[in-house]
Design a protein around this ligand. Structure first.
Ligand SMILES: [Zn+2]
Ligand SMILES: [Zn+2]
Length: 275
């Protein structure tokens, strides 16, 4: 009898500890404070893409864009290799030393390939990477003298700039959210977790309207009905403008252009989008 009482006590204690851990984790996830800062001066320059826009720049398979907010420079993804990235940054008039923050969406080489080339010139940056990145990747960043931040849940990166946090199951990916006075700008790398899920998450975190979604939407293999249902979801979510590129796929880009008309922004390497 005594044993049963002790055993029940132990089981109860374990249940209580689990419950406490569960609730405290949920509370921690909800702590992200969205401040009222909105940028009235944001410029996005696509510096690596497999679609051409400005002929002076080189195309390459991958994606990278430079987000300039006031005097802060955030490099989102780094394309597939350093020579093309560095050359395109130079032609876009970007001084590597002026990059403050690098955000990597996911582990694939067409988004991380140019990182070391930037770190060699400017190690004075903070690199935001999904927590699921392998340790040797994190060690390599540190070996250049740069600091890295593991992103798990959605977090604030800079005033008015947030990460969705790691989304998806197999390929974990984060996307960038910028609060502007026109609404949210959402930038995706490859959108492996699903571009609609990413936009939903951005809205859920910030409780704001979506002005623009740009980057790779990962619809190269998508059927017409899948593409149409994504556009319908974008409409329902109130996405005002779209600028798909990278892994969106030719067919999907054409449908976005037809559907979004004057609110479709042709993207590609060298495109400068002023918000
Ligand atoms: Zn990609
Ligand atoms: Zn990918």
């Amino acid at each position: 009898m005594k044993r049963i009482i002790i055993l029940s006590g132990v089981i109860l204690l374990i249940l209580l500890i689990n419950f406490y851990q569960y609730t405290s984790k949920n509370i921690r996830e909800e702590i992200l404070m969205i401040d009222n800062v909105t940028s009235s001066n944001t410029t996005i320059t696509i510096v690596y893409d497999n679609y051409e826009y400005d002929k002076r720049l080189s195309i390459g398979f991958g994606f990278s864009c430079l987000v300039k907010i006031e005097d802060k420079n955030i490099l989102f993804d780094t394309g597939g290799d350093s020579p093309i990235l560095l050359n395109n940054l130079e032609k876009s008039g970007v001084d590597l030393k002026e990059i403050d923050i690098i955000v990597l969406s996911h582990i694939h080489g067409d988004h991380t390939g140019g990182l070391t080339g930037v770190l060699e010139v400017n190690p004075d940056v903070t690199v935001y990477i999904p927590k699921s990145f392998p340790n040797n990747f994190k060690e390599e960043i540190k070996s250049y003298g740069a600091s890295s931040v593991d992103v798990s849940n959605s977090i604030k990166i800079w005033d008015g700039v947030y990460s969705t946090g790691e989304l998806g199951t197999w390929i974990r990916e984060q996307s960038l959210i910028i609060k502007t006075d026109k609404g949210l700008v959402v930038i995706t790398g490859c959108a492996h977790p699903g571009v609609v899920n990413i936009v939903k998450k951005a809205k859920e975190i910030t409780k704001d309207d979506v002005y623009l979604v740009t980057g790779g939407f990962h619809l190269g293999e998508a059927s017409d009905s899948e593409i149409n249902s994504i556009i319908e979801s974008f409409r329902n979510l109130g996405v005002k403008k779209t600028a798909p590129c990278h892994c969106t796929g030719d067919r999907a880009i054409r449908v976005f252009e037809e559907e979004y008309k004057e609110n479709f922004i042709k993207a590609g390497v060298g495109r400068v989008i002023k918000i």
